[in-house]
Design a protein around this ligand. Structure first.
Ligand SMILES: NC(=O)c1ccc[n+]([C@@H]2O[C@H](COP(=O)([O-])OP(=O)(O)OC[C@H]3O[C@@H](n4cnc5c(N)ncnc54)[C@H](O)[C@@H]3O)[C@@H](O)[C@H]2O)c1
Length: 250
């Protein structure tokens, strides 16, 4: 198994791509902490993984809260004794707000997508240093590389911050044997918080720009995260992996 004896905390692990990662990581032998604000869904998924002979627990976490991060890391250590892998997947979309320069939306989106990722690394890295290394996978987006119409500017800015934050941490913590990479999904099933980008007409237009001519499946992103999280990627740090059907190659 590709993640045998590893402990992985996945934010946003109760839904979408994060839930797919939780299932796949557990199947590959990791003990998984599903960290999310969706208590019901998260608990249900942890139970499902347990029934399939995997190891998982749910931990309530609002990624924008420093004290909740401290509690989540403490709960991980109490349950499984260490932390090897952190996936910062939790995020909210920018396509449900009309005013694309609304200040409240800027603050909300930055606090979850960017600050949430920053705090996760802030509290996970000291535990990885103690354990002798680790792997951090930060879920950015094609929106972190390019601009788009119809999406609040904070979404692109927050995902762009994840991209360079990942490289900064990779440079600073290579000497600790901590690898940090970002994954950039393209057109995927809509997020729970998606607005305009969930509209089939809008999606059809977006699909026209995807060389593979289809949207992605959650497990296609989860498998990319699995590779970067695993020791198979032991010499890979500071990279951005596009899982976008070729969107950014055009
Ligand atoms: N769906 C897409 O098209 C797409 C494309 C590129 C990137 N992404 C990114 O992929 C990641 C996963 O998205 P998804 O498509 O699975 O969406 P999703 O809405 O299904 O999952 C997002 C998860 O994050 C959780 N979350 C939101 N705010 C949180 C907070 N403050 N604290 C803790 N958890 C919180 C939600 O409860 C949910 O479980 C996000 O970071 C998203 O920005 C999505």
């Amino acid at each position: 198994m590709r993640l045998e004896n590893k402990v992985a905390l996945i934010t946003g692990g109760a839904s979408g791509m994060g839930a797919s990662m939780a299932r796949i990581f557990a199947k590959e032998g990791a003990a998984v902490v599903i960290a999310d604000m969706l208590d019901g869904e998260g608990q249900k998924l942890a139970a499902e993984i347990g029934q399939a002979n995997g190891t998982a627990m749910f931990q309530h976490l609002d990624v924008s809260s420093e004290s909740e991060w401290q509690a989540a890391i403490a709960a991980t250590l109490a349950a499984y004794g260490k932390l090897d892998i952190l996936v910062n997947d939790a995020g909210i979309s920018g396509s449900a707000v009309d005013d694309l320069f609304e200040t409240a939306a800027w603050e909300r989106i930055m606090s979850v997508n960017s600050t949430g990722t920053f705090l996760g690394m802030k509290f996970a890295i000291p535990e990885m240093q103690k354990a002798g290394g680790g792997s951090i996978v930060n879920i950015s987006s094609i929106s972190g590389v390019t601009g788009q119409r119809g999406i609040h500017v904070a979404y692109n800015a927050s995902k762009g911050a994840i991209r360079t934050l990942s490289k900064a941490a990779a440079v600073q913590h290579g000497r600790d044997n901590i690898r940090v990479n970002s994954v950039h999904p393209g057109l995927m099933p809509p997020m729970r918080t998606s607005g305009r980008t969930a509209d089939p007409v809008v999606r059809a237009k977006m699909l026209a720009g995807v060389p593979l001519r289809r949207d992605g499946r959650v497990e296609e992103v989860a498998n990319a995260a699995l590779f970067l999280a695993s020791d198979e990627a032991s010499y890979i740090t500071g990279v951005e992996l596009y899982v976008d059907g070729g969107f950014l190659a055009v």
